[in-house]
Ligand binder design. Sequence first.
Ligand SMILES: [Mn+2]
Length: 491
Amino acid sequence: MAYRSFSHFIDELERTSELVRISEPVATELEISELANRQMKTPGGGKALLFEKPTIEGKISSFPVAINTMGSERRMARAIGLESVDEIAHQMQLILKTKPPTSMRQGWSLLKQGIDLLHARPKHVTDGPCKEVILRFDSTGKLSLKDLPVLLCWPKDGGRFITLPTVYTKDPDTGERNIGMYRMQVYDGRTTGMHWQIHKVGARHGKRYYERNEPMPVAVCLGGDPAYTFAATAPLPDGLDEVLFAGFVRKKSVELIKCETCDLEVPADVDFVLEGYVQPGELRAEGPFGDHTGFYTSVDQYPVFHLTALTRRKNAIYPATIVGVPPMEDFYMGSASVRIFLPVFKMNFPEIVDMALPAEGVFHNLVFVSIRKQYPYQAYKIMHGLWGMGQMMFSKYIVVLDEDCDVHNTSEVLFRLCANTDPQRDTTFIRNPSDSLDHAPTAPNIGSHMGIDATRKLPSEGYSRGWPELVRMDEKVRIKMDELAARLGLT
Ligand SMILES: [Mn+2]
């Protein structure tokens, strides 16, 4: 299901009792963060919050703020129009297994399975809700980012940060489009930071404009169908268009519309479009920022975004999130990504059974992966394979487990890890790029990474003592006692 607007999604959350509306004034300075953080720390992710009267320096903003809208398994699934993200994971699997349809019948059979790749292709429109109000920098003088209820997230942050932007850029040579999510520190009414890290596609596009010494057009969208936000954060293979992915996920073509002041297209149904440019070579101090690592990232030099126009819906809602000590809303977005892209990992590594990135590892620090092990040192092959794949290169610790381990149960993983490893024999250290946000490595962006083989060891791996069997109850007895336990009200 596709949402007509961000407020359509908000209504859906309210209808399903996933949202709390707050009608009293709450400050965008720290107070919204505090209430949102409490929800995010509630087991399961708490509720989404809609602040109807957020205040900016004491004055009530013209726009409500929605936060934690994707911060639970259910809300994340709802964001992409589903009851469970497993539905889309299943479709990914079917697509990967299917050859391109060569006949109507095959195409029809794909359609019957709910796969409609036609909708992946965007449409082009000339009018849309994101143009209901158009403010250009030159004509009105009214244009200012200061009217947006941008949050001051944490006490030691360097300023207010836009935290859920979808940033549209394109390669000047190939026209290849990218949507990314990079936090934006608001410097004043018309400039912000643009925190794209050296490994990101936005930064690569920026480098191409730098070489040509031309200003780089950038459009930043806020709101609209949450499928766009999810697509911007999903670990798509580099070069796969996020707009196509969003269209596939929402089962409806994304309607793209031209920007007023820059040569880019954006979805016509978003709430806000910040149009502007980044001047190659211009850098400015950005930060500090209370980051998803759970620590403040320090001040560093980043590109600057200059606003040239702001277009929006009449009744626009400002979407926000906060990051900080886990678990936070981003954990649920990341987990959905892992589930949806598991079939892609499995295609590359058929022995992979399941994978989890526990909240404590804030995405890049810890990976649990279970495999169907057939041959010696297969666990190491998997570690090295994952370290070579996209953002997985940052994984600080990779723990490989046997197929019968539930990797989503951290307690079970720790039990296996402790029981099945001889620390010196079963670990390996490598050098690889590190996440720019990781403060632990001695130098930024590079570091050591550790793999732990917690699988049972084979004779061909030099283990000749005979691996013992895990203590388990008989299946028949379990089923019989299930019935009795149910009758007695026992678990
Ligand atoms: Mn991309």
